[in-house]
Ligand binder design. Structure first.
Ligand code: GRF
Length: 220
């Protein structure tokens, strides 16, 4: 379908969130399409998912680049060449700097398997279990140059159940990730949520589909 917003999805691993986005984009009424998948790990299963969906892929191994700046420049060039308008990080295990982010201002999203700002970085689910929290979840946020620090758009919560190990909790969170990310991408590319002066602005009222998208200070 022409006229849809072009997404670039960055991956490093299994790509189940990529799959959720591909599945969403396969629906005729979804306002975006995946124009390019870029992966920094040549053996990642995510690449296979993209190819099976008939989506263009690019392997860009950061280890083959002289510097982080070179890697990010090549990454940005590939996305721009594919006409990408919005960038979705989906299990992409590299930080991105300001030079890259400035090429897609307010148009880079990430999903993280914790209720940020709790438990940024690696092994978020293990961190949650180690701390004994009773509620865990996932967060979609705009990306800044920090580690999982950008402005939060939406979150989904799951219970931590007695006897949970990292695998069980991760699976419960992942099911919510697959629901939340396409929903937020739909909102973002249609202007329902946007970044203004470093803050998330929503134009959809206080709650959408059971997700709280209320801005701090807004009446409930
Ligand atoms: C997900 O838990 C995501 O939130 C995190 O990395 C994991 C990637 O999983 N950033 P997948 O590759 O999408 O299956």
């Amino acid at each position: 379908m022409s006229g849809r917003v072009k997404l670039g999805v960055l991956v490093s691993g299994g790509g189940s969130n990529l799959q959720a986005l591909l599945d969403a984009c396969a629906r005729p009424d979804f306002p975006a399409e995946v124009a390019l998948v870029v992966c920094n790990v040549p053996t990642a299963f995510a690449l296979q998912r993209a190819r099976e969906a008939g989506v263009e892929t690019r392997v860009l191994d950061h280890k083959g680049q002289a510097s982080r700046a070179d890697f990010e420049r090549a990454l940005g060039d590939a996305l721009v060449a594919a006409g990408v308008e919005w960038v979705c990080l989906a299990g992409f295990m590299r930080l991105l700097g300001a030079d890259f982010l400035d090429r897609f201002p307010g148009r880079v999203l990430n999903i993280h398997p914790s209720l940020l700002p709790a438990f940024p970085g690696l092994h978020a689910q293990r961190q949650a279990l180690d701390q004994g929290v009773k509620v865990a979840g996932c967060t979609v946020h705009f990306v800044d140059a920090g580690m999982d620090t950008g402005p939060i758009i939406a979150q989904a919560a799951v219970p931590v159940l007695p006897g949970d190990d990292e695998a069980a909790l991760s699976a419960r969170i992942l099911a919510e990730e697959h629901r939340l990310y396409p929903l937020v991408v739909r909102l973002a590319v249609t202007g329902g949520v946007r970044l203004e002066a470093g803050r998330v602005v929503t134009s959809l009222g206080p709650a959408v589909g059971g997700l709280s998208l209320r801005n701090p200070g807004e009446p409930g």
